[in-house]
Design a protein around this ligand. Structure first.
Ligand SMILES: Nc1ncnc2c1ncn2[C@@H]1O[C@H](COP(=O)(O)OP(=O)(O)O)[C@@H](O)[C@H]1O
Ligand SMILES: [Mg+2]
Length: 379
């Protein structure tokens, strides 16, 4: 019973056999019940054609002729039964073979998929099954393959992420270690500058770790958004007040183009501020001294459109599609010395999309400035 329960093939095979057995039994019973009547009926027809009296041939007649007809019927019945037995046996044998083949044809793809999923769970993510046709099993195979390729992608992403993180951590760590060794060997002077250098590297590590934590939170959608109507003018005022000092320090002009009529967006105020801070921070970072940065807010259908335009170093066209990817930096060395890890825009993208908006970048190429635009739904 346990064997029966745990094997789909056995179940299928048994059900085929059951169907065949019932079919046979019905045929058998029907022939046994209907043959005498059918036989009598046909004999009567023959009697009429041969011009004999009614009932002479089939038992009702008297004497020799009636007995002979009875014998005739009995031998007909015996031969009929005999051939019926042969028919049942040969049909059963053929049906048995066909059921075996049929249940195997159903079971084989299932078994193939079971093996493939086992291989995948053992870490062989490239495993796929063949899927031809359009029946349910082929559909199952197709969605199995889809799942497998998604798993493969996730796995590749995980590996790349670990590699990237290790790489990002190594740079400041190496610098800290180098400075410490220089101090120990007396190669570096034990002065405020050296300590400041070590402190800066440690600060970078700290920022990187915080960014990574934030990234993992937004990527796993583990952030709680407090969506409310927010006045966009207030958003811009808050963020510029916070950052004005940094802009003044670098002598970069920060312009604002705000709408005449108040616009309310449906957003999480802190998260929207985080995105703006990020974009303004980048504009500040990638714009040389005496440049200009302009924040504009416009209404576009049912969305509010925030643009941060700078007169900075710009982004070559081939990089535009990638700058929202994690750890992506156009100029790795330059960005790193400024403390950039290439995570800021990735976090911003997740935050904007979580609030129902879109974010993108435009640039006329190197040294022609850049524009970062994001939208938020209007309340
Ligand atoms: N305003 C900008 N002007 C030019 N390049 C930019 C600007 N903003 C972002 N980038 C490019 O996009 C990359 C990714 O930005 P971001 O995710 O904020 O990382 P980072 O930590 O390097 O600033 C940056 O390294 C830089 O190459
Ligand atoms: Mg940045």
């Amino acid at each position: 019973m346990k064997y029966f329960r745990s094997h789909l093939g056995v179940k299928l095979f048994t059900s085929y056999i059951l169907v065949i057995a019932i079919g046979m039994a019905v045929i058998w019973l029907t022939t046994i019940i209907t043959t005498p009547r059918a036989y009598a009926h046909h004999l009567q027809f023959m009697e009429q054609r041969l011009g004999m009296g009614n009932g002479m041939m089939f038992g009702q007649g008297q004497g020799q002729q009636g007995g002979m007809m009875m014998d005739f019927y009995q031998s007909f019945r015996a031969s009929f039964n005999e051939s019926l037995i042969f028919a049942v046996i040969s049909a059963s044998l053929v049906a048995l073979a066909v059921s075996f083949v049929l249940s195997r044809s159903v079971i084989t793809p299932v078994r193939v998929m079971t093996n493939a999923s086992r291989r995948i769970s053992e870490g062989h993510y490239a495993e796929r099954v063949q899927s031809q046709g359009t029946d349910e099993l082929s559909q199952l195979a197709a969605s199995f393959n889809q799942m497998a390729s998604q798993l493969e992608q996730v796995e590749a992403m995980r590996r790349r992420l670990i590699g990237d993180v290790a790489h990002e951590l190594r740079t400041p760590l190496t610098a800290i270690k180098g400075s410490a060794e220089g101090l120990m060997d007396g190669v570096l002077p034990a002065n405020a500058e050296t300590y400041q250098q070590i402190h800066n590297e440690a600060e970078r590590l700290n920022k990187l770790v915080n960014d990574l934590q934030e990234l993992s939170r937004v990527e796993s959608k583990a952030i709680n958004l407090n969506i409310q109507p927010v006045d966009v003018t207030r958003l811009i005022e808050t963020v510029t007040k916070r950052m004005q000092f940094q802009f003044d320090e670098k002598r970069i002009l920060l312009n604002r183009h705000l709408p005449h009529d108040p616009i309310l967006v449906l957003a999480d105020e802190d998260r929207a501020l985080q995105v703006l801070t990020n974009l303004l921070g980048n504009a500040l970072q990638y714009t040389p001294e005496s440049g200009t940065v302009t924040v504009t807010i416009e209404r576009e259908k049912n969305m509010a459109k925030f643009s941060v335009r700078d007169s900075g170093i710009g982004i070559p066209a081939e990089h535009l599609a990638h700058i929202f990817d994690r750890f992506y930096r156009v100029d790795k060395s330059r960005s790193r010395t400024h403390g950039g890890s290439g995570i800021g825009l990735t976090i911003s993208k997740h935050l904007v999309e979580a609030q129902g908006g879109r974010i993108w970048a435009e640039s006329n190429g190197e040294n022609n400035g850049s524009v970062f635009v994001f939208t938020l739904p209007i309340a």
